[in-house]
Ligand binder design. Structure first.
Ligand code: FAD
Length: 397
């Protein structure tokens, strides 16, 4: 019999909503051999072929859950008036302010933190503002969502859900399917793509002989060089500092943290080179991202407001877009933030309109990553290989 489930879905968004929606709890989310999350059916005999996993899967549908006619855009430049929050967050700290203020109104906020034990980004449920501090800052790797999404109580409790646009599109499908949309506010962000987790593992493998087992990772930091040059990896390990205790007070956590390794994109940081160089992006991001520019299933979208208007600002300004009336209501009710309304083209200036395209070297990079090379090993081999090709070509001319 033909299976009416996600067993045939591969290289998908890995959003985890199939697993969270499965009444029989037979789906788990695991990394595939290329280092991207995808579903597995563990006990096929228990599957009743109800098809819910396919219904909620955004990857399985050409159309986004939120139809174009439901979208009424209003857009702002935005930032937190709390200087500490603004300094610590990736752009203007508006993502954190939205979560903080909704938590104060009784919502639970589902965000993404870095799990030191598992060395991965993962979604979790914050019920207090202190808890939500861990979500501050972009983690430029794919997030593991399964455990958190499974814990969400679809009836009764209200939630803010933050995530990549594909995670949010599936989430919208799920809450429509289970008729509980009123309890949810969905927030996504402008998303370049996610790189393979093999890149992240190879980066850690490269650093650990120096710093010991990683105890802290942060992706953006404006303290030293400002917002525009904030592409800075901050890493600490057992040899360099004590682990951060997330149960410390809010003020302590928001503070500046100096890390042992501060590796900048502008100085050739290898993680950013591979991530932003599009040599290890997921096939799903390249071929099936349907969420660029003004395409979304979220109520609210955040991002960096790159572009002319704020090019001299070094503190950080968020792009903030409300796609729905619910999103607009949340934004217009925010306290302690600065909002400047601009046309969408101004707010979205510099954002991608097309999907990222993999570079020719992707196949070779992924091969070396699968073989377990460290990140500098991968780059060394690729450079060596390119030089050999150039020398060969020259000798032929
Ligand atoms: C993989 C990735 C690609 C991005 N690409 C772009 C881009 O092309 N253009 C652009 O303008 N902005 C991009 N962003 C968003 C940007 O980096 C900032 O997150 C955004 O500007 C919000 O910043 P903030 O100061 O409001 O708050 P922050 O405190 O930085 O808020 C970050 C929010 O994002 C969530 N989050 C962090 N990491 C992840 C993750 N891995 N998966 C799911 N949710 C996560 C957190 O829960 C938090 O709510 C990207 C972010 C990620 C994670």
């Amino acid at each position: 019999m033909e299976c009416n489930n996600i067993s045939k879905i591969h290289d998908c968004y890995g959003c985890g909503l199939c697993s969270a929606s499965c009444g029989k709890k037979v789906i788990s989310i695991e990394l595939n051999r290329d280092g991207f999350y995808e579903p597995r059916i563990n006990e096929p005999d228990k599957c009743t072929n109800c098809g819910i996993c396919l219904d909620v899967c955004a990857f399985n549908h050409e159309e986004r859950a939120l139809k174009d006619e439901e979208i009424h855009i209003k857009s702002w430049a935005a930032y937190s008036n709390d200087e500490e929050v603004r300094r610590k967050c990736s752009s203007g700290g508006i993502g954190f302010e939205i979560g903080k203020q909704l938590i104060e109104q009784g919502y639970h906020a589902v965000g993404c933190r870095y799990d030191i034990k598992e060395q991965r980004a993962e979604h979790y449920i914050a019920t207090t503002v202190e808890d939500f501090v861990q979500s501050i800052g972009s983690k430029y790797i794919q997030s593991y969502t399964e455990k958190a999404f499974k814990k969400i109580n679809r009836k009764g409790q209200k939630y803010l859900i933050t995530g990549t646009p594909c995670q949010i599109d599936s989430f919208r499908r799920m809450i429509r399917k289970f008729r509980c949309e009123d309890n949810f506010i969905l927030m996504d962000f402008y998303c370049h793509c996610v790189p393979s987790m093999l890149v992240w593992k190879a980066y850690i493998k490269m650093l650990e002989p120096n710093i010991g087992k990683v105890t802290y990772a942060s992706w953006r930091n404006k303290f030293d060089y400002g917002w525009h040059d904030s592409w800075l990896m901050g890493m600490d390990g057992e040899n360099t500092s004590k682990p951060v205790d997330w149960h410390d007070s809010y003020n302590l956590l928001i503070r500046e943290k100096k890390t042992y390794i501060q590796s900048r994109l502008s100085q050739g940081d290898l993680f950013y080179k591979l991530f932003l160089g599009d040599v290890a992006l997921g096939p799903q991001c390249e071929k099936q991202c349907k969420y660029k520019y003004d395409k979304s299933s979220a109520d609210i979208r955040i991002g960096d407001l790159w572009g002319e208007t704020y090019k001299d600002n070094q503190k950080g300004v968020s792009a903030l877009v409300a796609f729905t009336a619910k999103g607009r209501e949340v934004v217009e009710g925010l306290q302690n933030v600065t909002l400047v309304e601009h046309p969408f083209e101004v707010v979205a200036e510099g954002q991608m309109k097309q999907n990222a395209k993999a570079k020719e070297t992707r196949t070779a990079v992924m091969y070396l990553l699968r073989k377990g090379f460290t990140l500098n090993g991968v780059v060394f081999k690729i450079v060596l290989f390119s030089q050999r090709v150039i020398t060969k070509l020259k000798s032929m001319l």
